[in-house]
Design a protein around this ligand. Structure first.
Ligand SMILES: NC(=O)c1ccc[n+]([C@@H]2O[C@H](COP(=O)([O-])OP(=O)(O)OC[C@H]3O[C@@H](n4cnc5c(N)ncnc54)[C@H](O)[C@@H]3O)[C@@H](O)[C@H]2O)c1
Length: 318
């Protein structure tokens, strides 16, 4: 299996580490940054490229990890799909709905196996939460992504490159709530800009987003990139005599029908998402994937609606 990367920045390091644990070597790497790509190519003993077209033409790759920031996406995933490689794409899959829709269709047309890096779907606590909730219906799902962003990613604080915190970061929470509660019909978001004195972001640095799910459930996602909260990524589920609190990555607690739930997971989802992807590739079975590109496009649609709502102040259809 010949594995390649488009984008070898921060999260690619995490994916490469999982591949290393699985004993899967990387054959080729591509990054716009020539210094970075040489450094990673040397570490991986892989061939370096700075142009993905050239890499796709020369390397005959079976599997491609695409790990580039949302605002940098052009046709990388479309070109990779047309090369016939199975695709693992970092979340969020882009900023531009038209491009994402065209990419989704190109993947379907090429018929290649595909997965998006929504690792929370692969964590022990998410599996356990689904198991203990069973077929009880969920009436409310709330979540949060609270952190203080540093300066490590110069693109992050720019709306035009990252899409803002809800689209880039809290996307994990929106996606997890979709996975656990159901499809989102409409959203209404509010936010405030200019909270940090050092200008962490040019977009809203605190946001709240109410959710109305198609099945009638309600919810909310609260986000900030200016506060050092210590259980930053968390979700809570509510139903009739049901309460579950997931603190990512490994803690689940709650009470279901009078039974106290206290569970500590081992697997955060980061490793398992890559392991599961390779199992799906080897079996050529898209059903083994919990987070396809087409599914991730629905999460993007929700966060794009949340961004529109920040501007209009109105309820927006997802
Ligand atoms: N937990 C997670 O799932 C998680 C965590 C961090 C980042 N991410 C996501 O991964 C993506 C990348 O984030 P990062 O933190 O690795 O960013 P990064 O800035 O560390 O690295 C991105 C790399 O992509 C390269 N790049 C950009 N466009 C390219 C192109 N067309 N061809 C080749 N290389 C290109 C850049 O030169 C850079 O080296 C983002 O979408 C981010 O949201 C996911």
């Amino acid at each position: 299996m010949r594995i390649g990367f488009i984008g070898v920045g921060g999260i690619a390091g995490n994916y490469r580490e999982s591949l290393r644990k699985l004993g899967k070597p990387v054959a080729a790497v591509c990054d716009l940054n020539p210094q970075r790509v040489e450094e990673i190519a040397e570490l991986e003993k892989a061939s370096p490229h700075t142009d993905h077209h050239e890499m796709l033409a020369k390397e005959k790759l079976d599997v491609l990890f695409v790990a580039i920031p949302p605002g940098f996406h052009t046709t990388e995933v479309i070109d990779a799909a047309r090369s016939g490689a199975a695709l693992f794409v970092a979340k969020p899959i882009g900023l531009d709905w038209d491009l994402v829709r065209r990419t989704r269709d190109a993947i379907q047309e090429a018929g290649v196996l595909n997965q998006v890096g929504y690792m929370a779907r692969y964590s022990d606590i998410t599996e356990k939460a689904r198991q203990v909730a069973g077929d009880r219906s969920l009436a409310m799902g709330v979540g949060r992504f609270l952190c203080r962003m540093g300066a490590s990613h110069p693109w992050w604080g720019k709306l035009s490159l990252s899409g803002g915190q809800m689209l880039e970061q809290s996307t994990h929470v929106f996606d997890l709530l979709r996975y656990l509660v159901g499809e989102v019909q409409s959203v209404q978001a509010f936010g405030r800009k200019g909270v940090s004195s050092e200008g962490i972001a040019d977009f809203e640095e605190v946001t709240v987003c109410n959710l109305h799910f198609l099945n009638g459930a309600v919810g909310n996602v609260t986000s900030t990139c200016v506060a050092r909260a210590n259980d930053g990524f968390a979700a809570e589920l509510f139903g009739d005599d049901l309460y579950l609190h997931l603190t990512m990555d490994t803690q689940l607690r709650g009470n279901v029908g009078g039974e106290v739930i206290e569970f500590t997971g081992v697997e955060t989802g980061y490793f398992r998402q890559v392991e599961q992807f390779l199992k799906a590739v080897e079996a050529n079975d898209q059903n083994l994937v919990r987070s396809s590109y087409a599914d991730a496009s629905k999460t993007l649609a929700v966060t794009l609606a949340a961004n529109r709502s920040l501007e209009t102040g109105k309820v927006e259809e997802a």
